[in-house]
Design a protein around this ligand. Structure first.
Ligand SMILES: [Ca+2]
Ligand SMILES: [Ca+2]
Ligand SMILES: [Ca+2]
Ligand SMILES: [Zn+2]
Length: 436
């Protein structure tokens, strides 16, 4: 009898804490050996975070330098050796010419910011029109991957990438080195680090230095590209690769940049299929998706029998852990995946032939588990869940006393959530299902 089964809201495995502890130890050891620092924009002393209720405002204040551009049309310009040998901030690095491949990767990084906010970032070949100045510097004595200045600086717009320190000289989109482009451009537009007090910014809750991931591990590049926890974060690869990192601003960055420069492009209009990357190769990235309209799907059906984890919920951007294994939907063993942006609604999900786990959201969902022994976390709304083959199970986050269950034939159940007044507050129609 399914009602007699173990507590339905207990979905954390008993090995969780030990795993987290071991990961933390490895993280600390590797960080000690980390050679290059992402950038040196902010050298202010760190400030301890006050305890208290976490909110988006708290995270926004940590990423907002307080310095912003006073206009929305910004032109960017690629510096070359023909523009003269002296870098304008007087630090004396020598300039190198950008290759066309490097420029194209910059254009991707720039468009990734452009589409999420009301700024219009366009290229110019007229040095007199430049707002954002893109330098490739080549200096053996320079110890950083890049640096940039806030919009309130006399050096505003200046943005430097170090060729000398880059492992992937192309700055391939999704590579460890490409992060520099997205990160430094964040500074150029006015974003600060989550771990220090650049401009008038605060720090993320629970963060006392750049290596801390903070409360619920929010200080990592999977959630903000302004973090230093890129290499060896809990999610990204543990060594420098030409894939496996981020493509653009992530959930916190997107929510903050939208507030600083309201507006932004419609994205993924129509019915969209957001396919989870299924192998580690060039182009495999972590990406935060904004989806404006349509009936949309996160699709992990190309995972084969590798485990798929899908969290359909939009990132809360208020310090929540995601609560159900985190905010990143991904295929096990693949360094890449999807985070749903805060204001985006995904309706449907498809897993693969492995033992997968899917967490629904407040919308009306249609969810397919595929083969394998799948686990589903039920959610608000009127949902339809197909277990597929295997021994599948649906977990309900509330007390079983608040649900009414009707069984239809074999392997089909309809579960109604019961509100405080005996009213029906949600419906989950479960098919091909062995366990509740
Ligand atoms: Ca869509
Ligand atoms: Ca499955
Ligand atoms: Ca739902
Ligand atoms: Zn930085």
């Amino acid at each position: 009898m399914f009602l007699a089964e173990p507590p339905l809201n207990n979905i954390v495995s008993p090995g969780f804490n030990l795993y987290l502890f071991l990961i933390s130890i490895i993280l600390i050891i590797v960080l000690i050996y980390k050679m290059a620092t992402r950038c040196k924009t902010c050298e202010n002393k760190l400030s301890a975070n006050k305890a208290g209720t976490r909110s988006f405002t708290q995270y926004k204040n940590a990423l907002d330098s307080g310095q912003h551009w006073g206009k929305t049309n910004l032109k960017y310009y690629f510096y070359s050796t023909s523009d003269g040998p002296v870098v304008q901030d007087g630090e004396g690095e020598s300039i190198r010419n950008w290759t066309e491949t490097q420029k194209n990767n910059w254009r991707t990084a720039i468009s990734e910011w452009d589409k999420h906010c009301g700024l219009t970032l366009t290229e110019t070949t007229d040095i007199n029109e430049q707002d954002i100045k893109l330098y490739l510097i080549d200096d053996n004595s320079y110890p950083y991957l890049g640096h940039a200045y806030f919009p309130g600086s006399v050096f505003k717009g200046q943005n430097y990438c170090s060729y000398n320190n880059a492992t992937d000289k192309n700055f391939t989109v999704g590579s460890y080195d490409y992060i520099t482009m997205v990160h430094e451009l964040g500074h150029t537009l006015g974003l600060a680090h989550p771990h220090d007090t650049g401009g008038t910014s605060t720090v993320f809750p629970g963060v006392s230095n750049s290596a801390n991931t903070g409360t619920n591990q929010q200080n990592q590049t999977a959630y903000t590209v302004m973090s230093y926890n890129d290499l060896n974060s809990p999610i990204t690869p543990n060594n420098v690769q030409s894939y496996g990192f981020i493509k653009g601003p992530m959930a916190y960055d997107i929510s903050v940049i939208q507030q600083l420069y309201p507006g932004g492009d419609s994205q993924n209009t129509g019915n969209s299929s957001h396919i989870l990357p299924s192998n580690n190769t060039t182009g495999t990235v972590y990406e935060t998706i904004v989806d404006s309209t349509g009936t949309d799907t996160i699709d992990g059906s190309n995972a084969g029998t590798n485990k798929v984890f899908i969290n359909m919920n939009p990132h809360s951007v208020d310090g929540d852990s995601g609560g159900r294994d985190g905010w990143v939907s991904k295929i096990s063993g693949v360094d890449g995946g999807i985070v749903v942006a805060n204001d985006t609604t995904i309706e449907n999900a498809i897993a693969g032939e492995g033992n997968d786990k899917i967490v629904g959201n407040d919308a009306d969902n249609a969810i397919q588990g595929g083969g394998g022994n799948d686990a589903f976390v039920a959610s608000n709304g009127s949902d339809l869940i197909y277990g597929g083959n295997g021994i599948d199970r649906v977990y309900f986050p509330g007390n079983i006393g608040f649900y009414s269950i009707i069984k239809y034939g074999t392997r089909r159940f309809v579960i109604y959530g019961i509100g405080a007044y005996g009213n029906i507050v949600g419906k989950t129609d479960v098919r091909q299902m062995e366990r509740l």
